[in-house]
Design a protein around this ligand. Sequence first.
Ligand code: GCU
Length: 687
Amino acid sequence: PQNQYTMCWLDYKRCEDEEYLKKVIPFISNIFILDNNYYFRNAALELKEAIKNIFGVEPNIQTTSYLDFHRGTLIGKLGNEVIEKFLEKEEKEQIGNEGFLIKVVATKTQNIILLVAKTESGIIYGTFELINRLRVKSNLSSLYIIENPKAPLRVINHWDNMDGSIERGYAGSSIFFSNNRVKRSLKRVRDYARLLASIGINGVVINNVNVRGKAIWLITPKYLPELSEIAETFRLYGIKLYLSINFASPIYIGGLSTADPLDPDVFKWWQETVKTIYSYIPDFGGFLVKADSEFNPGPYVYGRSHADGANMLAKALLPYGGVVIWRAFVYNCLQDWRDTKTDRAKAAYENFKPLDGEFLDNVVLQIKYGPMDFQVREPVSPLFGGMEKTNQMIELQITQEYTGQQIHLCYLGTLWKEILEFDTYCKGKGSYVKRIVDGSLFGWKYCGFAGVSNIGSSINWTGHDLAQANLWTFGKLAWNPDRSVEDIAKEWILLTFGDDKKVVENILWMLLNSHRIYEKYTTPLGLGWMVNPGHHYGPNPEGYEYSKWGTYHRADTKAIGVDRTSKGTGYTLQYHPHWQKIFDDIEKCPEDLLLFFHRVPYTHRLKSGKTLIQFMYDSHFEGAEEVDVLIQKWEELRGKIDEDIFNRVSERLKMQKEHAIEWRDVINTYFYRKTGIPDEKGRLIYP
Ligand code: GCU
């Protein structure tokens, strides 16, 4: 039966290039599996299916001991005699646990592609890499790849609820849950696992960090039999299952009177629970915990520290190799707007910095990229580089909560890359965020990337077809944050839309410029928020101004922004002195973050010589206008892109234009009313 959904970048199209086909056929008409197990057979079947679709030939899969190695693709593990004959010593040494090698042997008598790895995970990652290289018609005579992921943990966080809804999901309902049950058909889950394996993901948390109602019971035999099937589906693709837990589970499920992490009965309860989980899921990844955060229970309830809480769970998981991923998103969400001393931006650091060195080895602190909450731009959280003795993961939001909710085109790769390239200076020059979260700077074993998922049951997985690029890029950057995003985005376009020059050029332009455009017509200069409360879509300049969430810009008729310098709330003091000095100084502070760090008069002159108020007007007019360029670039591709996709994206771009105009006018009018200063260029600002 026809799929009810596309396969994104894994939609294999027939290769029309006869020349290439001729060259490639000898190498792919046989697939030899040298380690015959379930996982290798699965990898071989992936390859076979792909070859069938792309080249129209059906390779034989051979698992017999008699092998004729003259023509075909050899899939095998390091250590296998036959495989090792083809490898140099240095090559073998370079293949890490999840890595792989692809090498071509082309002589008069041999046409062989070797795919070698140390583990089953490496084989499946390598299989997809090989498929994709064949799809972009890589030259076989020079095909030689040794790849190892930089970061050990590359995890997707789903904020899926058991009723099937997804918190901050903009692409339909959950593929895992509906009607308070685990879905019975795993076909889509399997296709999802394939997509994730093809971008090198190795972990997935399938339930929301806000664990309420039935979801609290996911860690019990009530749901574990079904979860073990999901885990098995993911396992085939090198991906481990993790679960979000409610810290007060011992009370809810266990009937205990407390969830105090230092209470022996509480610990015993968790030990038993963990033992049961592993009896169903032997390679269970571990727990993701949102504690003492936005009304979720945590150790503070019992006067204990977050280290007490995390370590107790870590001890229970340790015998099985599980980890505790503990979120640093802890702040006072019941602030009084009149209180100007408390600064939410400082909260994560204040809560966690004092605990540096107290966490056990199998605890990882998961830190949102910025100190607030996934705004269109924020400075890098000072916790990166601020805690040298604590394993850390960076949390990025693939789902576009504050960045246009997959109605607006907003490619996030460019922003993420800037964050990863930020030099914290914590160990001197070159202490980049990417080197912290990949573990190399401090030699951590557990660390990496967490991305909040943007997928759901919609036909194209992500609502906006071009938002698939965000998922792709998250995986690729987690695998190798040193790669350029241009390169990553281009590869996605080639695999998704083919190699037509105009298609590649235009979509690349659209992706690479889209975040800046979105920022320009929404909240530039690090301003943030100004969204409608609750659902967070559309402009509302004072939507969060008098609320309890700690998110204020405090605009009056003269100035806007919060002074977070060492003379203000003192937030800048959380950074290395190198950055503290820069952020403190209004002249040196990167302009993109000006209103995050400073309270600035509207008449203040920016580097360009423009006043702040004029910049605001210009930015909003320009941003909304640049959406026309996005539309035009897309329009130029009519006829070159699959019609369904073309129309879906056109629809979204049309909405983006309307909503960008709304942003422009609301924000411009807001500033005009506050200041009474007219636009120098005399454009229409509604009074
Ligand atoms: C944001 C988001 C919430 C989410 C929270 C979190 O505040 O709006 O829906 O639960 O982040 O990351 O825990």
